[in-house]
Every structure is written in C-alpha cells, then in structure tokens.
Design a protein around this ligand. Structure first.
Ligand code: 5CA
Length: 501
C-alpha cells in the first residue's frame, strides 16, 4: 500500500475513535451500554412453557427468555433482553471492523430498482427480492444486500487510485423472502447483517482485503465466545470464484460440513496483527484454510479421503455466521466504477463483499452455549454482566447489601441485573438460569451474618462464598479482558459495605 493509503488508514482510525472510541474503550460510556437494571422494572416476559412453534433450542430459549416476539413469518421484534445482546454483537463487529481500518456508513433499506438494472441483478435475483412501487409507480426494493448501492457511492466520489484501498461497511437490516423462514432469527426474512465492500486497484490488493477480512472475522467470532471455521463455499447470487463461509459447528446447523479435526484446535487468540501487512494476513489465511474444510456445496469425497487421514475425518453440521467474497470487476465494470490508474488510464476497481449474520449470531451463540436450564452467555456478549439475587426482599440488611453491590458493580462500568422482586428463591434462580447471565451473586441474611455473599458461575455451577467487596473485585478481574477500562478503576473500598455488616 502507498503512503497515501497508510495515511488514509490512520485517519480512518482517528475518526473511528471519535465515533466509536467510547465503545472501544469499554462499555462504560455508550448510552445503549450502561444500563444497570432492577428486575421489578424490566420488561422481561419469560415463558414458563416451551413454545410449540420452536423446533430448535435457540429459538425455544429466545422465546422463553423473552428476547424476541414474532411479528409475522420470519420477522421479529427485539425485546429488551434480545435487543441488548444484539447491540453487544454489533459493538464487537464495529470495533473489529474499525480495527481493520474499515469505514462505517449507513445505507437505506429501500432502494431504487434502476441501480439494480445496471448490474443486471434486478432480473436475476428472483423471488427472494421483495419488490414494491412508490406512489409515482417507480420500482423499488428492500435491500437483500448492497453491492449496487455502495458501488454507486464509490463511483460518485472516488476517481483516483491514490484514494485506494478503501473498504466501506454498514450494519443494516436486510430482507430476503425466504421460502421457508424457520428457526427464529436463524433463518429470518428480515435480518441484521454487517455487509462490507472493498475497492482496490488490482486483484492482488483485493486479495489482501479478502485476507484482512478473514483475519478480522476470526477475531470477531472469538470475542463472542465462538469458534467459527472458514470453509470453502459456493458464491450464489453474489458471484465470484473466491469465497469462504464461516461455520459454527452445531447439530442444528443448516449446512453439511466435512473437515479435518485438526482445524478445531486452531485459535487466533491474543496475537497482534498489523492489518496493513500483506504477508501477515496471508499467513493467517493459510494457517486457517490449508486443512480440508468444506460445506456440502463444494465437498469432494475423493479429495477428502486423499488429504485427510481417516482418524481425523469429521462430518457434521454447521451454522453459517459469515461469508467473504472476491468477485473482481463484476459490479464495477457494468456500473462504470473506475479510477484513474498510475498511468492516467481509467481502470475498473476490483471488489469483494463480506457479510456477518449479526441477528443470526444471537441464535448461533445460544446453539453453541446452553444447557437444559437455559442459555449460558459468553462473557463477551452477555446482556448483563452479573445477576444479583436477593433471597429475602424486604429484609433491611439484605436489601442494603444488594443496593451496595448494585452500585459497586455499576461503578466498575459493568451492568448488574438486580432481582429485587418479592419472589421465592427457586423462581429467582430459575429466571437467572434461563436468561443465562454468566455470573450470579446471591445475597441472604444467613450469609450476611458471616459477612459473605455467594458468587456462582452459570457455566460450571460452582459457588464461592466471599465478602462482597471481593466478589466485586473478582467480577472486575473476570471482565477485565473484555472491558480494558475496568482495570483503571480503583478497587472497591472495603468500608463501602460496612454500613450493613
Ligand atoms: N453481500 C454479501 C456479503 S456482504 C452477502 O450478502 N453475503 S451472504 O449472503 O452470505 O450473507 C451474509 C450473512 O448473512 C450470512 O453468512 C448469514 O450469516 C447471514 N444471513 C443470510 N441469510 C440470512 C437469513 N435469512 N437470516 C439470518 N441471517 C442470514
């Protein structure tokens, strides 16, 4: 990349910090993010019975935990708990896109058919595209993806190779009129997608953008507590030859998958990556895609047998949570998206597009992380960081201790959900288990007599009795890696709790 490109990237990073820096520095300052909540005031319409329409566990649990409500087939309203998780996932996606140097934008959901006629896709797309007319009889559509619109933005404003590389992305609702919407948000008709589009001078540069996206996706999914395996796939209506899908292994997945078991041992982890470094990105791609891993669309039994020893051959199912494409000049050529090259001649830009199924991820995470009592949120996406259960609401000491904990957790920049209802302990525990907060602090008069509360892990079920300030300190430690600002917070003063002990 030229010096101009590097400057651009630095500028993007600077701007992004202004826009999203608050999110990057931790949840503390974004208005969606910090809302500690009392259950008595929270709209959490949990269901006691299993809803009969739900065929898979994530759909069942999302309905039971009051996260979504179906509006009509394949279209959902997001209720407070579901909306909160959706926002968490969006934030991680934004942070990782910005880290990779990409520009956030927002394009409309309703688009003019004329643009789609330029690429030829208005006729090709078929019945999946929802079409309508405005009052003047002009053909409109609800965006199923946005290659045409973003190319139109690019051609209007970018004229020189010196402005490249460039990647624009958005997180926006899409509509695809699926024949069989099912499994709740997993296969919706309306769904939230992150869609990103790279513009590059040469195929080589565009392949770097492809690799950069692959690397950023590995980081993105790991932060959500998921292992998503890149697999060679088919491109479908987006077009192009190079494409990988990211699959989360799950029995209820809609894609058949065939892979070398060694691939499940790979982790991106904490490694530092320079997204402008072509070789670094290329080598991560090679590391994660050199072993056999394909979906049923591209699977070849013969190659599978040749390349993978029998004991490592695995066959299963997976949920597609993202896909990256390189399609060269498929849109830039017919739509006249050219830049002036170094020799002064116009050249069509090389493009790719890159999607993440943001709303589908909510379901995918639940498929990958639950037990028979309910959801188990990974720390990176949990709607609330800790549940506080008051075993004896109305008891002066228990109430005071819960209030102090509620404040102390909030002061850390974490969000507690305080069950302050006058309910039996069993019912409170069942609700907490169902909605899946990874940590719970239980407060009761008996423990308080000994100066302790109980900290319980939802995942292991293990409990530990400890003084409240230590429970808070432990939460700061647990969530530190997810919210870097937490470590800067002063440890809780011990005497903050003395009033009631
Ligand atoms: N233009 C490209 C990339 S931006 C594109 O549309 N790719 S896609 O078709 O593969 O979609 C991207 C991701 O959206 C998919 O990997 C999947 O996770 C999610 N997705 C696709 N269809 C649905 C659907 N009906 N319901 C929920 N999520 C979906």
């Amino acid at each position: 990349m030229g010096a101009k490109g590097r400057e651009n990237r630095a500028e993007i990073a600077r701007m992004a910090c202004l826009t999203f820096g608050k999110a990057i520095n931790g949840a503390k300052h974004t208005h969606h993010e910090v809302c500690p909540m009392r259950l008595s005031r929270y709209f959490l319409p949990v269901l006691k019975e299993n809803p009969s329409e739900a065929q898979i566990v994530s759909h069942r649990l999302m309905l039971r935990a009051g996260m979504i409500k179906q509006a009509t087939a394949g279209i959902y309203s997001w209720l407070p708990l579901g909306f909160k998780v959706l926002r968490r996932i969006e934030n991680i996606v934004h942070e990782e896109q910005i880290r990779a140097g990409h520009n956030p934008i927002l394009m409309p959901v309703l688009q003019s058919a004329d643009l789609w006629r330029e690429s030829g896709r208005y006729d090709d797309y078929g019945k999946e595209m929802l079409r309508m007319q405005d009052r003047h009889g002009r053909d409109m559509l609800y965006t199923p993806t946005a290659e045409e619109l973003v190319t139109d933005i690019f051609r209007a404003h970018v004229g020189s190779y010196k402005d490249l590389p460039m990647t624009l992305y958005q997180i926006q609702w899409k509509f695809r009129d699926e024949v069989r919407p099912r499994f709740g948000v997993m296969r919706g008709r309306e769904f939230l997608m992150k869609d990103g589009y790279n513009f590059d001078l040469t195929k080589e540069d565009a392949m770097h953008a492809y690799n950069r996206h692959l690397v950023s996706y590995l980081r993105t999914y790991e932060r959500m507590g998921l292992q998503a395996i890149p697999m060679r796939a088919e491109s479908g209506p987006i077009g192009g030859d190079d494409t990988h899908e990211f699959l989360v292994l799950a029995e209820t997945g809609e894609s058949g998958v065939f892979y070398d078991s060694e691939i499940t041992e790979l982790k991106f982890g904490e490694r530092e990556i320079d997204y402008d470094n072509v070789d670094q990105c290329q080598s991560v791609l090679e590391e994660f895609t050199s072993r056999y891993a394909r979906t049923d669309d591209t699977h070849e039994e013969k190659v599978f047998h040749e390349r993978v020893p029998e004991e490592r051959r695995r066959e299963g199912r997976g949920i597609e949570v993202g896909q990256i494409f390189y399609f060269g000049t498929k849109y830039s050529e017919p739509m006249g998206a050219t830049v002036q090259g170094p020799d002064g001649k116009p050249v069509p830009v090389h493009m790719g597009s890159h999607g993440i199924g943001v709303s589908r991820l909510v379901g995918a995470i639940i498929e990958a992380s639950h037990d028979d009592k309910g959801i188990i949120w990974p720390e990176g996406v949990t709607p609330f960081h800790v549940g506080i259960v008051n075993l004896k609401q109305g008891d002066e000491k228990a109430d005071a201790a819960c209030e102090a904990l509620y404040k102390a957790v909030g002061a850390l920049g974490l969000e507690p959900l305080y069950d302050d209802r006058d309910e039996r302990a069993g019912g409170k525990f069942a609700t907490m288990d169902l909605i899946g907060l990874p940590w719970r602090i239980t407060v009761g008069p008996r423990g308080l007599k000994n100066g302790v509360v109980e900290l319980t892990s939802r995942r292991t079920g293990e409990s530990e009795e400890l003084p409240p300030e230590q429970a808070v300190a432990k939460l700061a430690e647990i969530y530190g890696p997810h919210h870097p600002h937490l470590s800067q917070v002063e440890p809780m003063a011990k005497n903050a709790f003395h009033t009631w002990m």
